[in-house]
Design a protein around this ligand. Structure first.
Ligand code: PMP
Ligand code: GLN
Length: 383
């Protein structure tokens, strides 16, 4: 939808969360966690507010959070970053993505991304006046993978930025070293700048490890890496993220950020700096919870006669809804609150080009186990 005067449509998440609210359905649409963040982190934010850390922080972000981000990248991935100039704190990953696209692209440029993709990418390209082009992911049985040949075929002389996302929303794919190496070679060969959205970096459940694209040969100097405290700490409502990379690219993003939001929430940043230093223990627990949730949802969907696909990471899994007689995920999702009291999102909402699998539907498992069980019971009863 969207209004006549706005070229930017209403987000599918806004639409489906509203539908869940109206119908009282269990909301497995939007990726909004029902579980809270680490208790110490919550206390630290409360303390920071009461201690008076309530005015504008430096526009780049509080030094302690920039240092914690740089230390995190070094510790986990061996990536060396200067916290002064190579790290920018943003209002969620969303602002980092928008500011980077506005900084690096404009009319006449192409932004190349994977299809399907997260909905902020087409919207961000549109805001900057650039054209979004896409390379379809390959589908192998019950999972998605990156097709380097399709990506290569989609690069044109106008391609200014490659916008990558691993682990990937909506598919839950984690791209392998072989896939990312092919991407890196292409970027070097065609001299592409990369924005890589790695917000689910800590939420990987199986054997394929998350590899930041910036760690591959020739990539550090051309790559902006985006992440989000919302995903890593179950605090999506705080809207704190960060973007890191070479100083000249971060400076360009910073110049745009000044006039989007200027700076981002002070008390959150102080508390997150401390939490990020100790993220590994927390993240291991969160992964265990979400891995259990994934099993619960997958089993529930199977029992209800749907066919869940594999998801290695993130908040979501896709299910094939044809066993219920639906070829069209949009129709399935429109009817599902009435049939079963559950809200989900058609995977085709994330498609830019032709959809070879319009019967896939995305279900979110970042919910309480009770909510997943309730949804599973309702689906089984309706099957
Ligand atoms: N990128 C991806 C792939 C996402 O799934 C999301 C959704 N939460 C975001 C970016 C936005 O993150 P944030 O809430 O930090 O703006
Ligand atoms: N990233 C979340 C999802 O994919 C939603 C974020 C939003 O509502 N913008 O569902």
């Amino acid at each position: 939808p969207g209004s006549e005067s706005s070229p930017i449509p209403t987000s599918i998440f806004t639409e489906m969360t509203e539908l869940a609210r109206r119908t009282g359905a269990v909301n497995l649409g939007q990726g909004v966690p029902e579980l809270d963040g680490p208790e110490q982190l919550l206390r630290d934010v409360a303390d920071a507010v009461l201690a008076g850390h309530n005015q504008y922080p430096p526009a780049y972000g509080l030094p302690e959070l920039r240092q914690a981000v740089a230390a995190h990248q070094r510790r986990r991935y061996g990536l060396a970053l200067d916290p002064d100039g190579e790290v920018l704190v943003t209002t969620g990953a969303t602002e980092a993505l928008a500011a980077a696209l506005l900084a690096l692209t404009g009319p006449g440029d192409e932004v190349l991304t994977l299809d399907p993709c997260y909905d902020a990418y087409p919207a961000g390209a549109r805001l900057s006046g650039a054209t979004l082009t896409t390379a379809p992911l390959a589908m192998d049985g019950d999972s998605f993978s990156l097709d380097p040949d399709a990506l290569r075929a989609a690069v044109t002389p106008r391609t200014r930025v490659l916008l990558l996302n691993t682990p990937h929303n909506p598919t839950g794919a984690v791209f392998t070293l072989a896939e990312l190496t092919a991407v890196a070679e292409l970027c070097v060969e065609r001299d592409l700048t990369v924005i890589t959205d790695e917000v689910y970096e800590h939420l990987v459940y199986d054997d394929t490890p998350h590899i930041p694209l910036a760690t591959l040969p020739g990539m550090r100097e051309r790559t902006l890496t985006v992440s989000s405290a919302g995903k890593t700490f179950n605090v999506t409502g705080w809207k704190v993220g960060w973007i890191s990379g070479p100083a000249h690219l971060v400076a360009a993003v910073t110049s745009v950020k000044q006039f989007l939001t200027y700076a981002s929430g002070t008390p959150y940043q102080a508390a997150l700096a401390r939490a990020l230093d100790g993220v590994e223990d927390w993240a291991a627990g969160l992964r265990a919870t979400l891995r259990g949730n994934r099993e619960l949802l997958s089993t529930g969907l199977t029992t209800a006669g749907l066919r869940p696909w594999r998801a290695e990471a993130g908040y979501f899994l896709q299910a094939d809804v044809r066993p219920w007689g639906f070829d069209d995920g949009h129709r399935f999702c429109r009817e599902l609150p009435g049939i079963a009291g559950v809200v989900a999102i058609p995977t085709s909402a994330f498609r830019q080009g032709p959809d070879p699998a319009p019967w896939l539907v995305r279900f979110s498992f970042c919910r309480r186990p009770e909510s997943l069980s309730r949804a599973a019971d309702r689906l089984t009863a309706a099957a």
